[in-house]
Ligand binder design. Sequence first.
Ligand code: CA
Length: 229
Amino acid sequence: MAALRIVVAEDDLAIRELLVHHLTREGFRCTETGDGPSTLRAIRAGADLLLLDVGLPVVDGFDIVRTLRREGRGLPVVMVTARGDEVDRVIGLELGADDYVSKPFSPRELIARVRALARRGGIVVDAAPVLLRFDRLEVDEAAREVRVDGVDIALKPREFALMLQLASNPGVAFSRAALLQAVWGFDFDGDERTVDVHVRRLRAKLEDEASLPRLVQTIHGFGYKFARC
Ligand code: CA
């Protein structure tokens, strides 16, 4: 069963990273967005729950909730509001948001609210983190570790997320654009070469030519896939 997919819509990068950090650690799958249009796109592409900053650029949080409800989408929405902003909360709840958390939020409270809301909406919360075992390689989402022959290889957060994305789908070819979207988020501003740079780093850290075959294979003119090892 797949983990709950949460769209984290927040234009303040520091807050968004914090949200994603805590949610991912609990086993939720996060898609990051930083403005209204990309948030709507991410939800239409498939999501179970929306964590929504009220003050998003282009289309604000209220309009997003309005649009979603007009489209008949019943996915639970948790609004993230500024501290003490009673008006925002009331408007949000009236428009059809299901709950809210106030900044600065406590991670524990946030996770509890997300879980409660998912349960109330009848969504099966299977937040069991992924543990992938291959011949000599393990990808352990709970510990955020990639191990080769039992030895933890130090990866940066994006490198880990990229590895998790690829290794969760062995043999599946991903385009660079698909990897950017899955790992960096819908509104990532960078270049597809970012993916190449991270694949190169992963290979350098994980693939000792003498002992391991190519884990991450290049699909020329397209992208990458993970090969079982
Ligand atoms: Ca904001």
